[in-house]
Each structure stands twice: as C-alpha cells, then as structure tokens.
Write a protein that binds this ligand. Structure first.
Ligand SMILES: *Cc1c(COP(=O)(O)O)cnc(C)c1O
Length: 401
C-alpha cells in the first residue's frame, strides 16, 4: 500500500490502527490456487485464527475460499459471515466431545486429532463422516514452538498409532472421509513438506472412502530482508504431480485441501502507531509508541521481526532505534533497528501485521484494542471500532463492599 494512504488512514481513524489491503489478500489467494491448477479439485480453507474479523471472512467468501476453524466460536463466525457449513472444517485440538458434537450439528466437516474422542464420536455418531488429523512426526523448521509435527507434539494422531486407529474405525463402523496434517507454521523446506506428504499418502491408502486430503499449512512469508519464502510455485508443481498420481492409484479423484492463514493475510496487514516519546538513554535511543505487546505480541512471544517504517519521514536520515511500547513491562518491538529519523508524533508502520496480530491482542494495562480498517476498492472501510471505556468494564461486576 502507498505510504500516503496509510498516513491518511492514521489521520482519519486515529492510532493505533490495523490496516489490511484486500488486493494483497486476493493476490495471495490467487497465487496459491494457480500454483495448484493442475489438480482438478483444490480447496483453500482460510485459517480463521490468523485474522478473524467478519469482514475479512466475507472477503474470503467472495474469493471462493472455505474456512479452517479451531473453535466453535470461529465456526459460528464463519456461518455468520455467510459461509455454507460444508465449506467449513473444524480442526480443534484438545476440545471436549460436546464441542465437537455441537459443531457437527451445525453441519461442518469434523476433524479429530486423538483416538479417545474418535472412539467416542464414532460410537455415538457412526454415520457422520470424519476427517482425521495425522502427526507424521516431521520437523518443519527448527523452532520447537512452531514445529508441531515432532514426536513430543500434542497435535494429531501419531502415525505409529494407525493400527489402533483402524481398529476403532472398524469397531465403530464410522466413515473416514478425509485425512489431514498440519506440521506447523514456517515450513522452510519444500522437501520436508513433500516428505511429510508421502507419509500422508501412505496412511491414506488404509481408508477406502476418502474425499479429500488436507495438507494443512505452514507456508512461510518473508518478514525481514533476506528471509526466505516458501516457493509456492515449485511446491505446486511437485505436489500436484504427486497428488494426481496418488488419485490415479487410489482410483478416484480426491480434493486437495490447504488451510493457510499467514500466507494469505500476513503481508496484507500494516499496524500504524504514533510515537509518543523519543527517549535518549546512555546506550540507545528509544522510540516509544502508543501501543505495546497488548496489541502486537509476536515480537515478544516468538521473537518475530516486523519491519518498521517511519512513514512520516520516509526520506529522513537513517538512525538506530529501539522501538518499544507503553506497557509497564518490557515490550520491545525492535532492537537497534535502522529507521528514518524519528520525531515525536511520527507514524510508524509495522509490516506483516495481518496474521496473528489483532487476533492475539488483549486489554492488558486496561488499554483499548485498536481499530481495524480494510482498504478495499480504493477506499478505507472501518471494520472494527476502537474500543472505549465501556468495553473495559463490560462483563465486570461491581459488588458492594
Ligand atoms: C493455525 C493453523 C493453520 C494456519 O497456519 P499458518 O501458519 O497461519 O498458515 C492451519 N491449520 C491449522 C490446523 C492451524 O491450527
């Protein structure tokens, strides 16, 4: 997006504010679908948890996307946004049988990731087709926070438990219509992905009634200069060939499904903050903005590096800054970062603020969560109001003491 547009949005809607570029979301969606255009049936289910504003969901609906949901509330949001139940897959982890049954009653595709619930659900509802989440035990990336396929992961049914899984399916007479893996965010290496896919294909042969194979997500997008990005075109080429060969051997065309979050929305997002204070210390210059990890927790939680641009002074001389927030706790956004000279009241734009930013925001320090704006059709649309004092008090009960 143009820096001047962003500046104008900060002026019109105040700061801090999240801004999402609909065109970028659309182009990422199209890039992914066209990478797999050699497969007859491809389904993208956007992972709602990355950015769950209902207007964003409606945008995905217009693109022809489905949804990947991890809570019954996300299912309800999706239905409210106009998605058909059959275009929603429910992929929770560690939720109660009751929540899975409630989602199933709404008509969405159920994906089960443990044998205990599979047996209980299959016994009670043998006629409801179920997808199973497999853990192929593949390390994607190097960080155990984001590699959910490894041996100690809480996600999925281990491939070593397939014999037990098959016994449950046989005993309950339930139908397995899909098989799924999600090895975690940030897959660096296409070969790792293809390796995990082979395990999925091998597992899939055990089930006669499949309709789809869901390869999850974990596509990497660049955050800082020099970052690698998953080569979607190369992955599309290689996986499509392999998938089509599998369908041939299986004897039936299946749907190839993905459920990307970050890939679709990360780069479309900008987080605009205003500099409250420029504070010189003995060792660094702090730029303190009107936000903190209450609004954008990824740098503190995952060590993520979001590029920060001073859109008020884009031509200014570059200097080194530590960009921090106003929370009464360490809330560093960037350390020793080269940024165009910063003055108080300047607007700083954080890049890659589409995925896991607003959706992880909180009211810590009793601060309001920011507004959200969708840049769509060359216009800025407010899609979430900034909170007010009433929102802070909402649900609190003052007792008489
Ligand atoms: C979070 C999640 C995704 C999306 O992952 P990204 O890295 O954002 O693409 C997909 N599937 C499941 C099951 C998830 O939990």
């Amino acid at each position: 997006m143009e820096q001047n547009t962003l500046l104008q949005i900060a002026k019109d809607f105040g700061s801090p504010v999240y801004v999402y570029d609909a065109e970028k979301i659309e182009s990422q969606y199209k890039r992914l679908t066209s990478a797999f255009d050699k497969v007859k049936q491809v389904k993208l289910n956007y992972a709602v948890k990355a950015l769950s504003n209902i207007s964003i969901l409606k945008l995905f609906n217009t693109l022809g996307s489905g949804l990947d949901t991890v809570s019954i509330q996300e299912v309800q949001l999706g239905l409210k946004a106009g998605f058909k139940a059959e275009d929603i897959i429910f992929t929770p982890n560690g939720v109660s049988l009751e929540e899975i049954e409630n989602a199933s009653k709404l008509g969405v595709q159920i994906n089960i990731d443990n044998l205990s619930i599979l047996e209980q659900f299959g016994t009670k509802h043998p006629k409801t087709p179920v997808c199973i989440r497999i853990n192929p035990h593949v390390m994607a990336g190097g960080n155990t926070n984001i590699s959910v396929g490894h041996i100690d992961s809480k996600f999925g049914i281990s491939i070593h438990q397939i014999p037990h899984l098959l016994r449950i399916v046989e005993n309950t007479n339930m139908t397995i219509n899909g098989i799924h893996m999600h090895t975690g965010s940030d897959i660096l290496d296409i070969d790792v992905f293809l390796y995990a896919s082979e395990i999925l294909f091998k597992t899939a042969k055990n089930f006669k009634n499949l309709e789809f194979i869901d390869f999850g997500s974990g596509f990497k997008v660049p955050y800082k200069e020099g970052d690698i990005e998953t080569n979607i075109e190369e992955l599309g080429e290689k996986l499509s060939t392999r998938f089509n060969a599998f369908c041939e051997a299986y004897g039936k065309p299946l749907t190839l499904a993905f459920e990307p979050g970050k890939f679709l929305v990360s780069e479309a997002g900008y987080f605009l903050t205003k500099v409250n204070v420029v504070k010189q210390t003995t060792s660094t210059v702090f730029a303190q903005v009107d936000s903190g990890f209450n609004h954008l927790i990824r740098p503190m939680l995952y060590g993520s590096q979001h590029d920060i641009v001073n859109i008020s002074n884009p031509e200014g001389r570059e200097r080194f800054y530590s960009v921090v927030g106003y929370i009464c706790e360490t809330d560093t956004f960037a350390n020793n970062r080269r940024i165009n000279e910063i003055s108080e009241d300047d607007i700083l734009a954080f890049k890659n603020a589409g995925a896991y930013c607003y959706s992880m925001a909180s009211n810590y320090n009793s601060r309001y969560r920011p507004a959200e704006v969708l840049w769509y059709d060359h216009k800025a649309h407010l899609i979430r109001k900034r909170e007010t004092f009433d929102d802070i008090l909402n649900n609190q009960i003052e007792i008489t003491l």
